[in-house]
Write a protein of this length. Sequence first.
Lengths: 354, 357, 318
Amino acid sequence: MAEAKYLHHDKLSAWLEEVAGKMRVLAPVRQGDAVVFAPYASGVQVEMDKQATTPPKGVVFPASEELLRYDYQKNPEQPGQVDVELLPVIQPEPTLVFGCRSCDARGFVIFDRVYAGQTYKDPYYLARREATLFAVIACLRHDITCFCHSVGGGPGDAQGADLLLTPIEDGYVVEAVSERGAPLLDSPLLEPARDKVEQAQTLRDKAPRNMGNPTDFAPARDKLMAVFDDMDFWEDVSAKCISCGACTYLCPTCYCFNITDEGAGLSGRRVRSWDNCMSSQFTFEASGHNPRPTKAHRLKNRVGHKFSYYPALHDGLISCCGCGRCIKSCPVSVDIREIVVRAMGHALPAKDKD
Amino acid sequence: MTPASTKKNATAPAAKKNPAKKTGSKPAKSTAKAQKTAEPRAAKKTSKASAKDSAKKTAAQAIPKSSAKTPVAAARPINPHLAANPYLPEIGTIIETIQETHNIKTFRIKLGSDERMQNFAFSPGQVGQLSVFGAGEATFVINSPPTRKDYLQFSVMRVGEVTARLHTLSAGDRVGVRAPLGNGFPIESMQGKDIVFIGGGIGMAPLRTLLLYMLDNRDDYGKIRVLYGARSPQDMAFSYELPEWLERTDMETVLTIDREAEGWEHQVGLIPNVLLEMTPTPDNAVAVTCGPPIMIKFTLQALKKLGFQDDQIITTLEKRMKCGVGLCGRCNIGTKYVCVDGPVFTYAQLRELPNEL
Amino acid sequence: MNVLSQLKEQIAATLPNLDLVIGWERGFDPLHHTPLFMRRPEDVERLVIDALCVHNLAVYLPGLKNKKVGVAVKGCDSRAVNQLAREGLIKRENVVVFGFPCDGAADLTKVRRQLGDISGVQSAALEGDLLRVVVDGKERETPLKDVLADKCLRCRYPNALTHDHFAGEPREARVQTDDYKDVVDFEALPLEARFAHWQQEMQRCIRCYACRNACPMCVCRDHCVAQSRDPHWVTQEDETREKWMFQIIHAMHLAGRCVECGECQRACPVDIPILALKRKLNKEIRELFDFEAGVDPQAVPPLLSFQVEEKNINERGW
């Protein structure tokens, strides 16, 4: 692995510009009162001090993308015959996501298990995944809503990262944590990090301790199944949910999607777009039947998927990176940690039947 | 002839005795100029970084019980086209349509060349996604058996946007096809057993593929009994082949409708009640049932009464689906994705699933 | 007795006759309150009333239509109760409204602007006219008036306009009239500037529809044009055009119905200032029909009625 480097604050813009000459660079920038990942351009102020409002999920898994274009054409020799032509579109752009947090990068590790599945893989996702590098900033302070250390990650964790930046003195220690990340360190703007590497390690080691004791969510896997039929419990914990999609769309690990045909007349686009399991349409069947008819059923599935079903299918891995955006940005402050903890401690009512 | 056959002539005008042989429909010449595209270049491997990292990572939690993979699934053919890009349909041409009932229409679809049809492998009970571009996709069972390779047959009940658009199509029209998907029936473990088919309404479609497959491999299976019910004679799909089923001596066919209808000479009564009268024995037998939820509920009770165990009862599920390949995340019941772990389940398996049908 | 104790008493006394009462309690941090669904007497103890009670709890009422529900409301929230009842979306007799004098609700976006990142907030205290917080061990403070929601600065209805119980003494309104200066000022900008503003703002919309779902008057719920295929007015594509189209439809559907509780804007996770669109329509509705939704429980909403000759619409003789 390449030698660790030190990047002084003063050199940050120059270095980003240098990288931007080779590939698209996305960085957290302010838009209104929000911080979102947007293309870096010289002079743009990069927001390094806090978690971005939205995760960089869309870089690899866009909010919408064309799966294919379709085009119906009349056969000139047989006017009654209309042929259809399909054109799948996969055009990933080499990209560096700069300045996301460990949790943000780790979201894709959760995605990979599904989208690089054994039988069917998602070529659109994988093409972007391969074209995207992540330069992660280790968190030396945390938000009240952060719980990465309870779900298999950590504030200085390098899972899913290619570069790891640790804030130190007047700059960052930059370490390549993947082979793909190493070439990015090859710049005259970076200086050898020397003993700062150890200091950075010490800071990163300290960070999770500041977060308090992690919650052990492992028992949730079985417990959530045990409380599955206790609808009183689910109605209680979902009562204040307003069934919007803020939690799912801001979640770095929520990967569910919709497919719709968009277009008019003879040509158009088959589009894959983020979908939201908190919406009743998610499972609404053409017959009128809905297996998850209420928000209680839907929240149960959302929590169950993350803390029980996914772990059962993927070696105990929890489908949550602990970024806390679902809590912090929920219009009514639904707290998924609280729901899981309550489920784990929930005494089941005595069964009256069966 | 049998009364059933007179009935269906009234309701199934397009019915032909052996429609596949005649090429009444326009030849599907140069069927699709489809898919002129580079294969996705990154489909094969995940990024190095992530592969390495997941190897490096220690799972935060221990893994108690192993996640049981669907045990009933037989060999499950994978379409190499879909393995490369699971969202990209092949273009098929409708070679024939049959108006089965007022709201069910059957489509016989040919994919590409004859050679492609010969190579197209699937297992009875697997499903396909049909596309009408502009409207979208919907999932239907392939109800022709894999032993008959002239076309793929899908029967579509008109309920929503995609099915309404499908119903406007006729021979010569193109559709997108993503198939086969799902698990299919456990045909191997059913070998040597007596089979009881119990189908209600459009629920007969998934049974048809299995039934025809078994008739084409008749020696591999024991006694075959079919109970097929519909609301009325007019609601009975596949009416054009029922006379043959009724005539065959190597199977028993019972037809029933909910209420008396003029000219009907078969059973009258709800499926579970007729089933009880048929008294199929559970010894070395498997019951395969599909139909509306209320019928399934009472059919299960009847089968239990007859002594069938949960693992002797097989059914197929329906869910709203999009991707069909286990990625889009909506058709799950707990850890099971109906699109890949199903749609075929034994009742024993269903009882293991959380209550979210 | 202070307002909170009085309110708790009123709720505790009424709760046995109701399925539930909705109020607020402390949420995941000292600056975030969260809706509280009180079903048992001990739940009432968790109730809080202060400037952090930002949610309009009337949003839950249409979904609880067949239940006997109590709800605590600020003045602006109470307009939603009136409007919902007037439109037949709730049965007023099934709702027990608990009013109290509202001194204004904080806008956490403004708090962030004033105090910086508050995601590590350890404590918060409202002391007189000051909001004091401790964030990452450091104390910070701001005058409360600098962080009150805009709607509160122009509030004319601080006391519930409809209520079955009222805790405390009604307070005086901050202002007597709403001059819609914000709308006037924005409309003074050139068309291009206004369009550029919305393009810039709507670009970051994530289409979560928190704006829609937090709106007490948005009652189409599962049949919203946002997802409808028939009519297919918006696509699912992540385009500013589509997002903007939805906001316009949303605002138009609220013409004469919007009670300006500002929940759409408050709920937005990416802070898009979408209340402005509803303000524009409310201004028009006021000028055309002299109507404000939810203020007079008896008034017939203009778009639910018809007059051959509208007073302020010149339909002939342009």
